[in-house]
Ligand binder design. Structure first.
Ligand SMILES: [Zn+2]
Length: 110
């Protein structure tokens, strides 16, 4: 209900969250990507767990940001946490070492 401002999991900006921890722009992008390449997993059953993970991930990212954790430590922490995010890893591909991954993994943005 209502509008929710949070840190987008993908572009890492504080913005109005559409769903799954993504801002409207990124959410629409994901939707388009999902339509283009639908997953054959039983997504209904997985969704609830995903939501929990997204929330946890968002909160973790925000906590690190607000705590002033530097890039290198963020990367280490994310490295440790990585197995836990496995179910939603596909959605997070752009959010980990943003500066390094952008070019080769993602060409949707211009
Ligand atoms: Zn976004």
């Amino acid at each position: 209900m209502g509008t929710r401002i949070d840190v987008c999991l993908k572009c890492e900006k504080e913005a109005q969250i559409a769903a799954r921890g993504l801002c409207y722009g990124c959410y629409r992008e994901e939707e388009r990507a999902n339509v283009a390449a639908p997953r054959d997993r039983h997504s209904g059953a997985l969704r609830r767990d995903h939501d929990k993970l997204f929330t946890a991930h968002t909160e973790m990212m925000r906590a690190m940001r607000r705590g002033g954790v530097n890039r290198e430590d963020v990367r280490k922490i994310l490295g440790i946490m990585q197995p836990y995010w496995q179910p939603i890893a596909a959605f997070l591909r752009d959010s980990v070492p943003v500066s390094e991954q952008k070019e080769n993994l993602f060409t949707v943005h211009k």
